[in-house]
Write a protein that binds this ligand. Structure first.
Ligand SMILES: [Zn+2]
Length: 89
């Protein structure tokens, strides 16, 4: 199981990730369609043998921001917006 250094993440995100619990609702498993296709093409495998996605993705349970990690560092985050903002004026 992958583990992140939480100190710097807590500073950025403002919450203390409780993903030391497995399973948890913080870590998301996000595969691209291509990655998923490659996995399926390997053939039947035990679910514990599934390769990790390229990026680690965490969702804050409070504000629902989504953080993307690469090499143990946050490289992007996404902030939810109200869908009304998409409506044409
Ligand atoms: Zn948050």
């Amino acid at each position: 199981m992958r583990r992140r250094s939480y100190g710097s993440f807590k500073k950025i995100a403002g919450f203390n990730p409780s993903n030391s619990v497995v399973p948890n609702d913080i870590e998301l498993r996000v595969y691209t369609d291509k990655e998923w296709d490659d996995i399926i093409n390997i053939g039947m495998m035990d679910s514990v043998d599934l390769p990790d996605p390229k990026y680690d993705v965490w969702r804050c349970p409070i504000c629902e921001r989504v953080y993307v990690f690469q090499d143990n560092r946050v490289i992007k985050y996404y902030v939810p917006h109200n869908l009304d903002e998409l409506k044409e004026v």
